[in-house]
Design a protein around this ligand. Structure first.
Ligand code: 5AD
Ligand code: SF4
Length: 475
């Protein structure tokens, strides 16, 4: 799953950073995060490293001494957004020449030279495996005016000993592995994030218990490729089982997984434990075996379908989502239709759809038969329209049903509503207060709902992305 285009800056996200400012150092840091959940999780690591040196986080960019952009390279438009954001930042640097501007993450890794030579306002460039050096590089920039660059990839760095500085809330990301060894022919991740490495299983279990004690009720085990997790003799299913047993009242989910590593043992583990959510995000990328081969995806459509059918058979009602790349080099009209056919056959709850974006140094970059813009737009539109219809059909069939939800946060659209989530990962908008009915059918006083509550709601409406509901005792 990809949440490109989301910016995590302090005034957007719910809650405040806990335990920040243990030591005082008058420097204030403003961070913007772009891209996948891994980046959001990494930002929490960077904030933790900075906090241990006394830095404070600020929500006000005008009041900051350091601005950090945690960046994404997955597609060209993600990088263009950062270049344009750097243009915006010139005015802050003009106002305060002492301001330190840093580029973190995948773009730091991929475009270090370009950034250093062409983007003069950038002071420090730090790749995903060098976040321990961020404070030192900031100090050098402030004290000696030195440009700082740290972009070595590591075979061992997992930040296992660093407790991320999370925002208060019901949901937490828990990073369990880093990097990727799959080398899909379109993808920069193996180059920007390096080789796969997994965290110590015991430490992950301990961290989930600590999170539960701190009020978290929903954790996402996170990795570029979570299901290729391996620590000593333990695989991902072992880890998932250990976490589910250690925190039985916590909802446990994971993302993102690769079909090649999605074992029957993993499905059995999911089915066995009630607190492991019935939800799988499994990127298929294309409905054509020829394209999948060119993508180096290591599975056929038939093999993929077998896993999905098995998952549905073992966990009826399971939520399924996927990623699709449309218009891979040489994709024919027939192959595009094959992708549409897979969407129709599987009927995913949702899909993240992208037009193929050529990435330098990847294998696909030099593949011939790139498609014209009009074709790209049309094919993507067809995929999006079809998926929207499917999502709407599935969601509207849930109207009238009672579903158990976990109340997560105040809704982004209205202060008077909460966003809650079903086990199968559908968001449900519910009111923050409701009038319950007592045993004799009379309305009681307004009841206030709290985040972290698990409750039954009746679905009262739906669109293709969201459900709307009402607590059952309110009817
Ligand atoms: N172009 C378009 N989409 C891409 N993805 C990864 N690399 C590219 C690319 N070069 C998509 C894949 C992946 C998701 C995170 O991003 O669908 O699963
Ligand atoms: Fe990229 Fe493929 Fe690795 Fe996912 S599995 S991060 S798409 S190389």
């Amino acid at each position: 799953m990809d949440i490109t285009n989301l910016i995590l800056n302090n005034d957007v996200s719910a809650g405040s950073i806990k335990n920040f400012n243990k030591l005082s150092n008058s420097k204030k840091v403003y961070v913007e995060t772009y891209g996948c959940q891994m980046n959001f999780s990494d930002t929490e690591i960077v904030l933790s490293v900075l906090s241990s040196k006394g830095y404070n986080e600020t929500t006000d960019i005008n009041d900051s001494d350091v601005i950090l952009l945690n960046t994404c390279s997955i597609r060209e438009n993600a990088e263009n957004r950062i270049y344009s954001r750097l243009g915006d930042l010139i005015k802050y640097k003009k106002k305060n020449p002492e301001l330190v501007i840093g580029i973190l993450g995948c773009m730091a890794e991929r475009l270090r030279n370009d950034l250093l030579t062409k983007k003069k306002i950038v002071d420090i460039i730090v790749g995903p495996d060098e976040y321990r050096k961020v404070p030192e590089l900031i100090e050098n920039s402030i004290e000696k005016g030195e440009k700082g660059i740290a972009v070595k990839l590591s075979r061992t760095e997992t930040y296992d000993d660093i407790t991320p500085l999370r925002r208060e809330g019901i949901t937490a990301w828990l990073s369990i592995m880093r990097g990727c060894d799959k080398f899909c022919s379109f993808c920069v991740v193996p180059y920007t994030r390096g080789r796969e490495r997994s965290r110590n299983i015991g430490n992950i279990v301990e961290e989930s218990k600590r999170l539960f004690d701190e009020g978290v009720r929903d954790i996402w085990l996170l990795g570029q490729n979570v299901n290729s997790y391996r620590y000593q003799e333990h695989d991902f299913a072992d880890l998932l089982r250990s976490v589910a047993i250690a925190v039985p009242d916590m909802r446990v989910r994971y993302t993102t997984s690769h079909p090649y590593d999605l074992s029957e043992k993993l499905l059995e583990t999911m089915a066995e434990h009630d607190n492991i959510c019935n939800y799988i995000h499994l990127p298929i990328q294309s409905g054509s075996d020829r394209i999948l081969k060119l993508m180096n995806r290591l599975y056929s459509v038939k093999e993929y379908m077998r896993v999905m059918l098995k998952a549905r058979e073992m966990m009826p009602g399971i939520g399924l989502s996927t990623d699709i790349i449309s218009c891979f080099p040489g994709e024919t009209e027939v192959e595009h239709r094959m992708t549409l056919d897979v969407l129709k056959e599987i009927e995913y709850d949702s899909a993240y759809t992208f037009v193929y974006s050529p990435r330098e140094n990847t294998k696909a970059f030099d593949m011939p038969d790139k498609l014209d813009d009009e074709t790209k737009k049309r094919r993507l539109d067809e995929i999006i329209t079809l998926q929207r219809e499917i999502s709407y059909k599935i969601n509207s069939q849930l109207t009238g049903k009672v579903m158990k939800v976990l109340v997560e946060t105040v809704s982004r659209k209205s202060e008077d509503e909460y966003m809650a989530r079903t086990d199968c990962n559908k968001s449900v908008i519910i009111p923050r207060t409701f009038n319950a009915v007592d045993n004799s059918g009379r309305l009681t006083e307004a009841k206030v709902i709290n985040t972290g509550e698990l409750m039954n709601v009746r679905i009262t409406g739906a669109n293709s992305a969201t459900l709307f509901g009402c607590p059952v005792s309110a009817q």
